[in-house]
Design a protein around this ligand. Structure first.
Ligand code: 5AD
Ligand code: SF4
Length: 469
């Protein structure tokens, strides 16, 4: 129990609020711009919302243009090497901008910065980076920024120990109708391939009442979609002694007034219970979608991954969920090319995705991560083989996704309209309860509202519909 330290102290919060005012005073009425580029998962997006909130309160206007920005912040991801390489590419490209405008402040933060070897690399090879901090200290952004703006010294602030939970920091969400709400931070699972427990620390749940209060406020402000976030939402509450679990939280949020929908991610199959499925089935605001990452269809590989469930247990869960929610859409994460994965193991994954009939899959090539047990395992799979398995998996899933989409033909779906279609500006895009994209024509801008749409065409990843008046 970490009750004493559970939330950040009023004193620390007050100090940061003072620094917010101090930074604001520095600009002496002039408009200054800040830009945040976020990599990785929704948790990073949620952290960026907080940093955007702090920057706005410090008097910055947000921009997407690097040339215009006085502060550029990269919120980084460490889950796969590819994400890290992208960050290095981007900060390398900023060198010339910094040469032209030495007063530009470049900040690196997030998961990648919780790794000592990355910090060493940045200190040595990227002298134009002004500020570096990890996942546990981002609430100190006002103080750190003040320091850099007034001393122009490089500032590095990393701690390995997870800081307590931060409530009451400013937050500025990019959307006015979709909101991320973190319910817990960190992860205790130590899947053998994953760096998250090392860079985000152990599980810390937010107090039940704080979450309910936040969602209540969001709903009253007109937010239409609330997505609850945690690396493993199903272990919500285990570190508190409030006697409440994630299903209880869903029930309480479902009872709040307002026309809004609730989504959540991620659920670890080892902790997903029948109670969760029953709760989803009985809560009308909770959408008909479960993201339940299986990672592999082979029991041998699941064991080596330290996932702590079998293929059979997973399939049992899916079966139960479908018995109480016949229309539920499943999505999953899958890693191909985990060390020691044979063609036979891979074919177990292929047969599993056919059996479950996922609506969609997030597929990843195994990426070796420092400090994780899998990095030291024998039988690393050659890159060419990994790529080949990935393409075969995606091909199989495309057919399944298309067939799942075809199930919807002729049905009327209530969708939350997210905006103008990215591929055809004559269309607007919404998302069904199961999370599938629907493009449809309309004369009115319906962004941020619910619309009823009849599905008339289905493809692997999206559908086309007709607006029902
Ligand atoms: N290599 C490839 N994919 C990974 N993931 C996590 N760690 C790795 C890794 N080392 C994937 C998992 C997880 C998702 C968020 O990222 O599938 O569910
Ligand atoms: Fe990583 Fe496993 Fe935790 Fe997910 S549950 S964040 S894959 S260690």
């Amino acid at each position: 129990m970490r009750e004493v330290l559970h939330n950040i102290t009023e004193e620390e919060l007050g100090k940061q609020h003072q620094f917010i005012e101090k930074v604001k005073a520095l600009s002496a009425g002039e408009t200054r711009f800040a830009m945040i580029q976020t990599y990785g998962c929704q948790q990073n997006e949620a952290d960026s919302d907080r940093m955007r909130g702090m920057l706005t309160n410090m008097g910055f206007e947000m921009t997407d243009e690097r040339e215009k920005a006085d502060v550029i912040l990269f919120n980084t991801c460490a889950v796969r090497e590819h994400a890290e390489l992208k960050v290095f590419g981007n900060i390398g490209a900023l060198k010339h901008l910094k040469n032209k405008r030495p007063e530009l402040v470049i900040v690196l933060c997030g998961c990648m910065m919780q790794q000592q070897h990355r910090i060493d690399e940045i200190m040595k090879k990227y002298p134009h980076i002004d500020m570096v901090f990890g996942t546990h200290t981002f609430y100190k952004l006002p103080e750190m920024l003040y320091d850099v703006l007034t001393n122009r010294d490089r500032h590095v602030e990393i701690t390995e120990t997870a800081t307590p939970i931060i409530e009451d920091m400013p937050v500025r969400r990019e959307s006015s109708f979709q909101a991320w709400v973190t319910v817990m931070y960190g992860c205790n699972n130590f899947c053998s391939y994953c760096v998250v427990p090392y860079v985000r620390g152990r599980e810390r749940s937010r107090h039940f009442d704080s979450i309910v209060e936040e969602v209540k406020t969001l709903a009253s402000q007109g937010y239409k979609e609330i997505t609850l976030l945690g690396q493993n939402v199903n272990s919500y509450g285990k570190d508190l002694d409030e006697g409440k679990d994630f299903s209880d939280l869903l029930t309480a949020l479902n009872a709040l007034p307002g026309d809004f929908i609730i989504r959540f991610m991620t659920s670890h199959p080892k902790d997903a219970t029948k109670k969760l499925m029953d709760t989803m089935a009985s809560c009308e605001k909770v959408e008909n979608h479960l993201h339940l990452p299986i990672q592999s269809g082979s029991n041998r590989i699941l064991k080596a991954m330290n996932r702590r469930y079998t293929r059979e247990q997973y399939l049992e869960l899916v079966k139960y969920a479908r018995s109480v929610m016949p229309d539920i859409a499943f999505t999953s994460d899958i890693i191909v090319g985990f060390p020691g994965e044979t063609e036979e193991d891979f074919m177990d994954t292929v047969s599993l995705i056919k059996e479950v009939e996922y609506d969609g899959l997030f597929t990843f090539i195994y990426s070796k991560r420092r400090r994780t047990p899998a990095a030291e395992m024998e039988g690393q799979v050659p890159q060419k083989e990994k790529q080949d398995r990935l393409s075969r998996l995606m091909e199989t899933q495309n057919e399944i996704s298309k067939a799942r989409g075809e199930h919807l033909l002729g049905s009327i779906q209530r969708v939350l309209v997210e905006g103008v279609s990215k591929t055809d500006s004559d269309f607007m895009t919404g998302r069904t309860s199961g999370g599938r994209l629907v493009h449809f024509k309309t004369d009115e801008d319906l962004t941020g509202t619910f619309a009823n749409v009849k599905i008339i065409e289905a493809r692997a990843w999206s559908t086309t519909g007709e607006l029902m008046k």
